[in-house]
Design a protein around this ligand. Structure first.
Ligand code: COI
Length: 355
Protein backbone atom coordinates (compact mmCIF):
# COMPACT_ATOMS: atom_id res chain seq x y z
CA UNK A 1 0.00 0.00 0.00
CA UNK A 2 1.23 3.47 -0.81
CA UNK A 3 0.41 6.41 1.40
CA UNK A 4 -0.75 9.65 -0.23
CA UNK A 5 -2.31 12.88 0.97
CA UNK A 6 0.14 13.23 3.87
CA UNK A 7 1.03 16.68 5.06
CA UNK A 8 4.66 17.66 4.66
CA UNK A 9 6.10 18.70 8.05
CA UNK A 10 8.57 21.60 7.78
CA UNK A 11 11.42 22.22 10.18
CA UNK A 12 13.34 25.34 9.13
CA UNK A 13 16.98 25.94 9.90
CA UNK A 14 17.80 28.65 12.40
CA UNK A 15 21.30 29.06 10.92
CA UNK A 16 20.95 29.73 7.19
CA UNK A 17 24.19 29.42 5.22
CA UNK A 18 22.90 31.81 2.56
CA UNK A 19 24.44 35.01 3.99
CA UNK A 20 27.89 33.41 3.82
CA UNK A 21 27.38 31.98 0.30
CA UNK A 22 28.46 33.87 -2.82
CA UNK A 23 25.81 32.85 -5.35
CA UNK A 24 27.79 34.57 -8.12
CA UNK A 25 30.73 32.22 -7.66
CA UNK A 26 29.57 28.66 -7.33
CA UNK A 27 31.04 25.42 -8.60
CA UNK A 28 28.50 22.97 -9.99
CA UNK A 29 27.27 20.57 -7.33
CA UNK A 30 29.43 21.84 -4.47
CA UNK A 31 27.02 24.22 -2.77
CA UNK A 32 23.85 22.95 -1.10
CA UNK A 33 20.80 24.97 -0.09
CA UNK A 34 19.58 25.06 3.49
CA UNK A 35 16.90 22.36 3.41
CA UNK A 36 16.10 18.89 2.13
CA UNK A 37 12.98 16.77 1.77
CA UNK A 38 13.08 13.31 3.35
CA UNK A 39 10.64 10.42 3.52
CA UNK A 40 11.01 6.75 4.37
CA UNK A 41 9.42 3.66 2.93
CA UNK A 42 8.64 1.30 5.79
CA UNK A 43 6.05 -1.47 6.17
CA UNK A 44 5.01 -1.09 2.53
CA UNK A 45 4.18 2.65 2.69
CA UNK A 46 5.87 6.04 2.35
CA UNK A 47 6.01 7.58 5.82
CA UNK A 48 6.56 10.96 7.41
CA UNK A 49 7.23 13.32 4.49
CA UNK A 50 9.25 16.18 5.96
CA UNK A 51 11.51 19.08 5.15
CA UNK A 52 14.46 19.44 7.49
CA UNK A 53 17.73 21.38 7.50
CA UNK A 54 20.24 19.91 5.01
CA UNK A 55 22.50 17.74 7.17
CA UNK A 56 24.50 14.52 7.31
CA UNK A 57 22.55 11.40 8.16
CA UNK A 58 23.21 8.14 9.95
CA UNK A 59 23.02 4.84 8.15
CA UNK A 60 24.08 1.29 8.82
CA UNK A 61 27.34 0.10 7.23
CA UNK A 62 25.22 -2.90 6.18
CA UNK A 63 22.68 -0.75 4.28
CA UNK A 64 21.96 -2.65 1.06
CA UNK A 65 22.66 0.34 -1.17
CA UNK A 66 26.29 0.49 -0.04
CA UNK A 67 26.88 -3.03 -1.31
CA UNK A 68 24.63 -3.65 -4.30
CA UNK A 69 23.84 -0.14 -5.61
CA UNK A 70 20.07 -0.29 -5.39
CA UNK A 71 19.73 3.45 -5.86
CA UNK A 72 18.18 5.79 -8.43
CA UNK A 73 18.18 9.54 -8.94
CA UNK A 74 16.85 12.41 -11.00
CA UNK A 75 18.02 15.88 -11.97
CA UNK A 76 15.77 18.84 -12.75
CA UNK A 77 15.90 22.60 -12.38
CA UNK A 78 13.96 25.56 -11.01
CA UNK A 79 14.44 28.94 -12.69
CA UNK A 80 13.75 32.53 -11.82
CA UNK A 81 11.35 33.93 -14.38
CA UNK A 82 11.12 37.40 -15.94
CA UNK A 83 8.06 38.33 -13.90
CA UNK A 84 9.88 37.74 -10.61
CA UNK A 85 8.41 34.26 -10.11
CA UNK A 86 9.93 30.79 -9.94
CA UNK A 87 9.14 27.82 -12.18
CA UNK A 88 10.08 24.17 -12.29
CA UNK A 89 10.87 22.86 -15.78
CA UNK A 90 8.93 19.69 -16.74
CA UNK A 91 8.90 18.18 -13.22
CA UNK A 92 6.19 15.67 -14.15
CA UNK A 93 8.50 14.15 -16.76
CA UNK A 94 11.23 13.67 -14.17
CA UNK A 95 8.73 12.17 -11.75
CA UNK A 96 7.55 9.72 -14.41
CA UNK A 97 11.14 8.80 -15.29
CA UNK A 98 12.07 8.27 -11.64
CA UNK A 99 9.11 5.96 -11.21
CA UNK A 100 10.16 4.01 -14.33
CA UNK A 101 13.67 3.71 -12.87
CA UNK A 102 12.13 2.57 -9.57
CA UNK A 103 10.18 -0.14 -11.35
CA UNK A 104 13.30 -1.42 -13.16
CA UNK A 105 15.30 -1.46 -9.91
CA UNK A 106 12.59 -3.24 -7.82
CA UNK A 107 11.99 -0.10 -5.76
CA UNK A 108 8.67 1.42 -4.70
CA UNK A 109 7.25 4.17 -6.89
CA UNK A 110 6.42 7.57 -5.41
CA UNK A 111 2.89 8.98 -5.71
CA UNK A 112 3.12 11.72 -8.35
CA UNK A 113 1.12 14.30 -6.40
CA UNK A 114 3.22 13.83 -3.26
CA UNK A 115 6.45 14.01 -5.31
CA UNK A 116 5.34 17.22 -7.01
CA UNK A 117 4.27 18.75 -3.72
CA UNK A 118 7.64 17.84 -2.20
CA UNK A 119 9.42 19.58 -5.09
CA UNK A 120 7.36 22.77 -5.01
CA UNK A 121 7.41 23.01 -1.21
CA UNK A 122 11.17 22.48 -0.98
CA UNK A 123 11.92 24.99 -3.75
CA UNK A 124 9.59 27.48 -2.11
CA UNK A 125 11.31 27.08 1.28
CA UNK A 126 14.72 27.69 -0.34
CA UNK A 127 13.63 30.11 -3.08
CA UNK A 128 16.15 32.72 -1.91
CA UNK A 129 18.87 30.25 -2.98
CA UNK A 130 17.89 30.38 -6.67
CA UNK A 131 20.60 32.32 -8.47
CA UNK A 132 19.82 34.79 -11.21
CA UNK A 133 21.50 35.37 -14.55
CA UNK A 134 22.56 33.46 -17.65
CA UNK A 135 22.81 29.72 -17.09
CA UNK A 136 21.81 30.09 -13.44
CA UNK A 137 19.26 27.78 -11.82
CA UNK A 138 18.48 25.74 -8.75
CA UNK A 139 19.49 22.17 -9.61
CA UNK A 140 17.21 19.69 -7.84
CA UNK A 141 18.43 16.22 -6.98
CA UNK A 142 15.77 13.68 -5.94
CA UNK A 143 17.16 10.23 -5.12
CA UNK A 144 16.15 7.00 -3.42
CA UNK A 145 18.24 4.24 -1.91
CA UNK A 146 17.83 0.82 -0.32
CA UNK A 147 18.22 1.08 3.44
CA UNK A 148 17.71 -2.47 4.75
CA UNK A 149 20.47 -3.57 7.12
CA UNK A 150 21.30 -6.85 5.40
CA UNK A 151 24.05 -8.24 3.21
CA UNK A 152 22.13 -10.88 1.30
CA UNK A 153 21.32 -9.96 -2.31
CA UNK A 154 17.62 -9.07 -2.56
CA UNK A 155 15.44 -6.01 -3.10
CA UNK A 156 15.34 -3.97 0.09
CA UNK A 157 12.12 -3.77 2.12
CA UNK A 158 12.91 -0.23 3.29
CA UNK A 159 14.01 2.85 1.35
CA UNK A 160 14.81 6.49 1.94
CA UNK A 161 13.81 9.17 -0.56
CA UNK A 162 15.54 12.55 -0.37
CA UNK A 163 15.44 15.71 -2.42
CA UNK A 164 18.10 18.39 -1.99
CA UNK A 165 18.98 21.36 -4.13
CA UNK A 166 22.09 23.20 -5.31
CA UNK A 167 22.36 26.69 -6.77
CA UNK A 168 24.24 26.23 -10.05
CA UNK A 169 25.60 28.06 -13.05
CA UNK A 170 27.19 26.36 -16.08
CA UNK A 171 28.27 22.72 -16.01
CA UNK A 172 30.91 22.97 -18.74
CA UNK A 173 32.84 26.21 -19.09
CA UNK A 174 33.84 25.52 -22.71
CA UNK A 175 32.79 23.36 -25.68
CA UNK A 176 33.73 19.77 -24.96
CA UNK A 177 36.23 17.51 -26.67
CA UNK A 178 34.84 14.00 -26.94
CA UNK A 179 36.09 10.60 -28.02
CA UNK A 180 33.98 7.83 -29.54
CA UNK A 181 34.41 4.90 -27.14
CA UNK A 182 34.66 1.54 -28.84
CA UNK A 183 36.18 -0.64 -26.13
CA UNK A 184 34.12 -0.08 -22.97
CA UNK A 185 30.32 -0.01 -22.75
CA UNK A 186 27.80 1.90 -20.70
CA UNK A 187 24.75 -0.28 -21.39
CA UNK A 188 23.52 -3.47 -23.04
CA UNK A 189 20.17 -4.66 -24.38
CA UNK A 190 18.18 -5.90 -21.40
CA UNK A 191 20.41 -4.01 -18.95
CA UNK A 192 19.75 -0.89 -16.94
CA UNK A 193 20.81 1.72 -19.52
CA UNK A 194 17.44 3.46 -19.57
CA UNK A 195 17.18 3.64 -15.76
CA UNK A 196 18.81 6.53 -13.95
CA UNK A 197 20.55 4.27 -11.46
CA UNK A 198 23.82 4.90 -9.68
CA UNK A 199 25.56 1.82 -11.08
CA UNK A 200 25.34 3.12 -14.66
CA UNK A 201 27.43 6.11 -13.65
CA UNK A 202 29.89 4.15 -11.51
CA UNK A 203 30.56 1.79 -14.42
CA UNK A 204 31.33 4.75 -16.67
CA UNK A 205 33.96 6.26 -14.41
CA UNK A 206 36.90 4.15 -15.51
CA UNK A 207 36.44 4.55 -19.28
CA UNK A 208 35.74 8.28 -18.73
CA UNK A 209 38.94 8.61 -16.72
CA UNK A 210 40.89 6.87 -19.49
CA UNK A 211 39.40 9.42 -21.90
CA UNK A 212 40.21 12.34 -19.61
CA UNK A 213 43.78 11.13 -19.19
CA UNK A 214 44.05 11.19 -22.98
CA UNK A 215 42.79 14.81 -23.10
CA UNK A 216 39.04 14.42 -23.67
CA UNK A 217 36.26 15.88 -21.52
CA UNK A 218 33.78 13.14 -22.29
CA UNK A 219 33.12 9.96 -24.22
CA UNK A 220 30.54 9.21 -26.83
CA UNK A 221 29.23 5.79 -25.83
CA UNK A 222 28.51 3.20 -28.49
CA UNK A 223 26.27 0.14 -28.27
CA UNK A 224 27.56 -2.62 -26.03
CA UNK A 225 27.22 -5.42 -28.60
CA UNK A 226 28.95 -4.09 -31.71
CA UNK A 227 30.27 -0.61 -30.86
CA UNK A 228 28.98 0.43 -34.28
CA UNK A 229 26.12 2.64 -33.15
CA UNK A 230 26.18 5.85 -31.15
CA UNK A 231 24.23 5.91 -27.90
CA UNK A 232 24.89 8.99 -25.74
CA UNK A 233 27.70 11.27 -24.61
CA UNK A 234 28.96 11.00 -21.03
CA UNK A 235 26.05 12.14 -18.87
CA UNK A 236 24.12 13.64 -21.81
CA UNK A 237 22.12 12.63 -24.86
CA UNK A 238 23.81 13.58 -28.12
CA UNK A 239 22.70 15.40 -31.28
CA UNK A 240 24.46 15.87 -34.63
CA UNK A 241 23.75 18.51 -37.24
CA UNK A 242 24.56 16.73 -40.49
CA UNK A 243 24.02 18.96 -43.50
CA UNK A 244 21.34 20.98 -41.71
CA UNK A 245 19.44 17.95 -40.39
CA UNK A 246 19.33 17.23 -36.65
CA UNK A 247 20.04 13.56 -35.94
CA UNK A 248 19.91 11.79 -32.58
CA UNK A 249 19.95 8.11 -31.56
CA UNK A 250 16.47 6.68 -31.02
CA UNK A 251 15.46 5.50 -27.55
CA UNK A 252 15.96 1.76 -27.58
CA UNK A 253 16.08 0.79 -23.90
CA UNK A 254 19.82 1.38 -23.50
CA UNK A 255 19.74 5.19 -23.79
CA UNK A 256 18.59 7.59 -21.11
CA UNK A 257 15.17 9.09 -21.89
CA UNK A 258 16.40 12.67 -21.56
CA UNK A 259 13.89 15.40 -20.73
CA UNK A 260 16.19 17.97 -22.33
CA UNK A 261 16.54 15.64 -25.33
CA UNK A 262 12.77 15.53 -25.75
CA UNK A 263 12.49 19.31 -25.30
CA UNK A 264 15.10 19.91 -27.99
CA UNK A 265 13.37 17.58 -30.46
CA UNK A 266 10.00 19.26 -29.90
CA UNK A 267 11.37 22.79 -30.18
CA UNK A 268 13.44 21.89 -33.25
CA UNK A 269 10.41 20.44 -35.05
CA UNK A 270 8.31 23.42 -34.01
CA UNK A 271 10.97 25.76 -35.41
CA UNK A 272 10.78 23.93 -38.73
CA UNK A 273 14.07 22.03 -38.50
CA UNK A 274 14.24 18.47 -39.80
CA UNK A 275 14.83 15.99 -36.97
CA UNK A 276 15.60 12.29 -37.23
CA UNK A 277 15.48 9.92 -34.24
CA UNK A 278 16.96 6.65 -35.40
CA UNK A 279 19.96 4.37 -35.17
CA UNK A 280 23.04 6.48 -35.83
CA UNK A 281 26.13 4.59 -36.89
CA UNK A 282 29.64 5.65 -35.97
CA UNK A 283 30.57 5.21 -39.62
CA UNK A 284 27.89 7.66 -40.74
CA UNK A 285 29.11 10.38 -38.36
CA UNK A 286 32.76 9.78 -39.23
CA UNK A 287 31.98 9.87 -42.96
CA UNK A 288 29.97 13.07 -42.54
CA UNK A 289 32.86 14.63 -40.60
CA UNK A 290 35.38 13.58 -43.26
CA UNK A 291 33.17 15.06 -45.97
CA UNK A 292 32.77 18.35 -44.06
CA UNK A 293 29.03 17.69 -43.60
CA UNK A 294 29.09 17.39 -39.82
CA UNK A 295 28.24 21.01 -39.11
CA UNK A 296 27.98 20.75 -35.35
CA UNK A 297 27.27 18.37 -32.49
CA UNK A 298 26.12 18.88 -28.95
CA UNK A 299 25.22 17.06 -25.77
CA UNK A 300 21.89 17.67 -24.05
CA UNK A 301 21.09 17.16 -20.38
CA UNK A 302 19.57 18.88 -17.39
CA UNK A 303 22.90 19.72 -15.79
CA UNK A 304 24.69 20.66 -18.99
CA UNK A 305 21.62 21.99 -20.90
CA UNK A 306 23.20 22.24 -24.38
CA UNK A 307 26.92 21.47 -24.33
CA UNK A 308 28.57 22.18 -27.67
CA UNK A 309 31.10 19.67 -28.88
CA UNK A 310 34.37 21.20 -30.02
CA UNK A 311 35.94 18.06 -31.46
CA UNK A 312 35.21 14.36 -31.90
CA UNK A 313 37.98 11.78 -31.88
CA UNK A 314 37.64 8.35 -33.45
CA UNK A 315 40.63 6.05 -33.55
CA UNK A 316 43.54 8.16 -34.80
CA UNK A 317 41.34 10.83 -36.37
CA UNK A 318 40.19 14.02 -34.62
CA UNK A 319 37.46 16.10 -36.23
CA UNK A 320 37.31 19.76 -35.23
CA UNK A 321 33.75 21.10 -35.37
CA UNK A 322 32.31 24.46 -36.28
CA UNK A 323 32.91 27.69 -34.48
CA UNK A 324 29.96 29.41 -32.82
CA UNK A 325 28.83 31.22 -35.99
CA UNK A 326 27.89 27.88 -37.56
CA UNK A 327 25.84 26.53 -34.66
CA UNK A 328 22.68 28.02 -36.05
CA UNK A 329 20.26 25.24 -35.15
CA UNK A 330 21.53 24.56 -31.65
CA UNK A 331 21.86 28.27 -30.85
CA UNK A 332 18.27 28.87 -31.93
CA UNK A 333 16.94 25.88 -29.98
CA UNK A 334 18.96 26.93 -26.93
CA UNK A 335 17.52 30.44 -27.08
CA UNK A 336 13.93 29.17 -27.28
CA UNK A 337 14.50 26.61 -24.50
CA UNK A 338 16.04 29.18 -22.21
CA UNK A 339 13.32 31.69 -23.11
CA UNK A 340 10.58 29.25 -22.11
CA UNK A 341 12.32 28.34 -18.85
CA UNK A 342 12.72 31.97 -17.87
CA UNK A 343 9.25 33.05 -18.97
CA UNK A 344 10.61 35.23 -21.80
CA UNK A 345 8.81 33.08 -24.38
CA UNK A 346 5.29 31.68 -24.17
CA UNK A 347 5.16 28.25 -22.50
CA UNK A 348 3.51 26.81 -25.61
CA UNK A 349 4.21 23.18 -24.65
CA UNK A 350 2.90 23.55 -21.08
CA UNK A 351 6.24 22.65 -19.51
CA UNK A 352 6.44 25.01 -16.55
CA UNK A 353 5.05 24.47 -13.06
CA UNK A 354 4.92 27.65 -11.00
CA UNK A 355 6.21 27.55 -7.45
C1 COI B 1 21.68 15.68 -15.21
O1 COI B 1 21.94 16.20 -16.30
O2 COI B 1 20.83 16.11 -14.44
C2 COI B 1 22.37 14.51 -14.78
O3 COI B 1 21.80 13.68 -14.14
C3 COI B 1 23.80 14.43 -15.03
C4 COI B 1 24.50 14.37 -13.71
C5 COI B 1 25.14 13.07 -13.59
C6 COI B 1 25.35 15.55 -13.48
Amino acid sequence: MITTGQKIAIQRTDASRLPSTDLDNIKFGRVFSDHMFVMDYVDGAWQKPRITPFADMRMSPAALVLHYSQTIFEGLKAYRTEDGGVSLFRPKDNIARMNRSAHRMCMPTIPEDLFLEALTTLVDVDRAWIPDGDGAALYIRPFMFASDEYIGVKPSDTYRFIIFTCPVRGYYSEPVRVKIETTYSRAFPGGTGEAKCGGNYAGGLYPAKMGQDAGYHQLIWTDGLTHQYIEESGTMNVFFNVDGKLITPALDGTILRGVTRDSIIRIAKDEGFEVEERKVSVEEIVEAARAGKLISAFGAGTAATIAHIASIAHGDEVFELAEISERRISERIGTVLDGIRRGKEADKFGWLVRV
